[in-house]
Design a protein. Structure first.
Length: 375
């Protein structure tokens, strides 16, 4: 069965010069995909012509008049640029014309527009950003949240753990992937109140056999592969991710400098060339590009804004795999089965005052709109 994916070609630092060749390369090697290229049509077709792919049978173009820049505010993305490539690419999911969307655009804008158009899965309060990181076991460590929610409550981290478990189960074929809660120590007495309360929720699920909770993990466990999934709030997750990326660039820079520092070192590098290539391949951040926005009623993947064509192609691969393995259905089913049902709203007795009438201090923003109720 053909899987259709929309590509926000204008997103990221490089736009069509990266997104279009990445789409062409992926379409050439994956016969079961069909890609819809969304953006300024003239620029997209110029790139297709450059790579002699104007008539590619599984590449189509949808014109978008506007572009959301990396500096645009969320308000601009939502209210002022309703004909942007990002929004149109996401609307194709809502209209069920594609199975997933990939964008390298403004993260805040992508999250806001995705949440506005697609809404969240029932039982999920907030979407989370999840990506994979390399570990010593030559496998992936899935980590979330990586920046979508800087302020979290225990129930939010609880939901992240459930969504992450469903994702890894589908993508890696593990029925009970291990879940670790990122903390400043392994002991239960350590951490702030949010982490302690989250741990209590996860332990309760573990005792019921609903989730495979390993316990608290520390930062070094991420790259040791101690658990399949590491859960944290978006503030901690984003700092961890950016620090890891910086360390990777530092290691690469130091190795390059030292190998070029003398003839003897250059000779050593020549001898160890195959090993160096293998190391570079395993630690190449491009191979881990493509973060999923979990918790939405649609598959949305975020590529790094500075990704090259090789890295962006990996983001498309992640979206394709998620659609192929029906990740959305798996997460929806997991949340429905494991999350406690919402508390019933008391019915108003005949003759009593309206719940929003005088004398009651209720925030009207907390009352679902008709659109939210039917979504």
């Amino acid at each position: 069965m053909t899987i259709k994916i929309s590509i926000d070609c204008m997103g990221g630092d490089h736009g069509p010069s990266v997104t279009v060749p990445a789409a062409i390369a992926f379409a050439n090697r994956e016969p079961e995909c069909e890609l819809v290229l969304v953006g300024l049509e003239e620029q997209i077709r110029a790139e297709l012509k450059k790579y002699k792919a104007q008539s590619h049978s599984r590449l189509s173009v949808v014109h978008a008049e506007e572009v959301i820049t990396m500096d645009d505010s969320v308000e601009t993305a939502l209210r002022r640029k309703k004909k942007s490539s990002m929004r149109i690419a996401l609307e194709l999911i809502k209209e069920e014309k594609v199975r997933a969307c990939v964008s390298a655009g403004n993260t805040g804008a992508l999250m806001a527009v995705s949440r506005y158009l697609l809404k969240t899965i029932p039982g999920v309060d907030r979407p989370a950003i999840c990506t994979i990181l390399p570990n010593q076991k030559d496998g992936p460590t899935y980590m979330l949240d990586l920046g979508a929610n800087v302020d979290c409550e225990p129930q939010h981290l609880h939901q992240f753990a459930l969504m992450g478990s469903a994702l890894v189960s589908a993508m890696e074929g593990k029925s009970k992937p291990t879940v670790g809660l990122l903390n400043v120590g392994e002991e239960d007495i350590k951490g702030n109140e949010m982490v302690k309360q989250t741990a209590a929720l996860l332990r309760a699920d573990h005792e019921k056999g609903l989730i495979n909770f390993y316990g608290n993990v520390e930062g070094n466990d991420i790259f040791e592969g101690t658990t399949d999934i590491v859960v944290c709030d978006g503030f901690v997750g984003n700092v961890t991710l950016k620090a890891s990326e910086g360390l990777g660039r530092l290691v690469k820079s130091v190795l390059t400098t030292e190998f070029k520092s003398s003839i003897l070192n250059m000779l050593g590098a020549l001898i160890a060339r195959s090993a160096i290539k293998a190391i570079s391949r395993r630690l190449n951040p491009s191979r881990y590009n493509g973060a999923s926005l979990l918790g939405l009623r649609g598959l949305v993947f975020k590529s790094h804004g500075s990704a090259d064509a090789y890295g962006y192609e990996w983001a498309i691969q992640r979206a394709f795999d998620a659609a192929k393995y029906d990740v959305l259905s798996r997460i929806t089913t997991t949340i429905a089965a494991l999350m406690p049902p919402p508390e019933p709203i008391p019915t108003r007795l005949e003759g009593t005052a309206s719940p929003t009438g005088p004398g009651l201090n209720i925030d009207s923003s907390q009352i679902a709109s008709p659109q939210q109720k039917t979504a």
